[in-house]
Write a protein that binds this ligand. Sequence first.
Ligand SMILES: *Cc1c(COP(=O)(O)O)cnc(C)c1O
Length: 448
Amino acid sequence: MRELLHDTAERAARYLERLDDRPVFPSSSAVAGLAALDEPLPEKPCEPAATLRLLDEVAGPATVASAGGRYFGFVTGGTQPAALAASWLAAAWDQNAAFTVMSPAAARLEEIALGWLAELLGLPTGCAGALVSGATLANVTALAAARHALLLRQGWDVERDGLFGAPPLSVVVGDEVHVSVLKALGLLGLGRERVLRVPVDAQGRLRADALPPLSDSTIVCLQAGNVNTGAFDPAREVIAAARAAGAWVHVDGAFGLWAAASPAYAQLADGLGDADSWATDTHKYLNVPYDSGAVFCRHPEQLRGAMMVGAAYLQTADQREAAHYGPEFSRRARGVEIWAALRTLGRTGVAELVERTCRHARRFAAALRDAGHSVHNDVVLNQVLVSFGDADTTRKVVAALQAEGTCWAGATTWQGRAAMRISVSSWATSDEDVERSIAAMLRVAREL
Ligand SMILES: *Cc1c(COP(=O)(O)O)cnc(C)c1O
């Protein structure tokens, strides 16, 4: 075992050291090389080292270099060193984080991590939380708590009796709602298309003046950090209206909620702490390994009401049990690397991480604008939308940039305009990475 782990650590270190010198998206020959994995299910066992060698030598080159500093696709964090190392140790421990009796260490680390997260993100003391696979599952979990609470208020136990015959709930979302919220609503029987969509402004912010009537059977979904522009819905106004009506407010803050962790950007998150539930990712801004996110709920009994299960063999003591607050039973101990990341960065380290990515985003926007390209969004956080002329040219520039290999950014359409989407979310992105990437973007645009 020792030899295998040492060899693997060597391979991993070598992989990370060489990231800087390889194309960010794998070459077509590296992708074609994956054919070497197409073998029949082996009849007999082999040495683990041989399997690891194949993995490293064949799959490694066909990975996307999102762990490096020049990947700006989607909203993708890297993995900070303490989180990576802690994740390895946690894998060696192989703890099941469902119940405390399965791992006192995992349970304690998770509880501490959840407390620190809530504090950093400006959430109320006393809120309950759970670690999940990402913001999608966090949205599912939070909206299940909302569904539980609003129906219970009308005397309906949705976990027991289901939705057939239940009193109706209405769901209000901004027109720029993230698709994962719609997916969550679909899973929960609330319907992807049954929502009331509120018009948005030029940055994608829900217009508070266009809210429909709200009631105590309404769930309002706010967004902190639009996946294209980085914009925030106007929390103060919407939450005040929702409170007055007795509605439930859920915040999808996959990456935007992290603005609250920086004194310089906390203004963006103003008012969000007054909501009822929150979804966020830790594999994005906190830069811990996939898959990792967190859900929080102001009303612990409602989250518990939606997630709690009991069975004779699951008798538990008084302590918090992870499986009673989240959708999963058996799962890995995600709290370990979140704890390690937060303990290592500290409050100022997290703030600096957020501020650094935002500074890089502003630098991208300024350099591209100076070169005559159009930036479509107010760069309030870490997202930049840029066009290089008409739609066809823009799409060609994005494709050529992706093929050129210095960096990787994706294509999108923003309010009818084709654009390239730059998201700076990695701890690993340096000033030099930004300058190299800008130079590549300008060169590719010029050559087209
Ligand atoms: C990324 C993202 C999600 C989905 O998060 P996953 O971690 O991929 O499940 C949801 N909402 C927003 C705003 C996001 O940026």
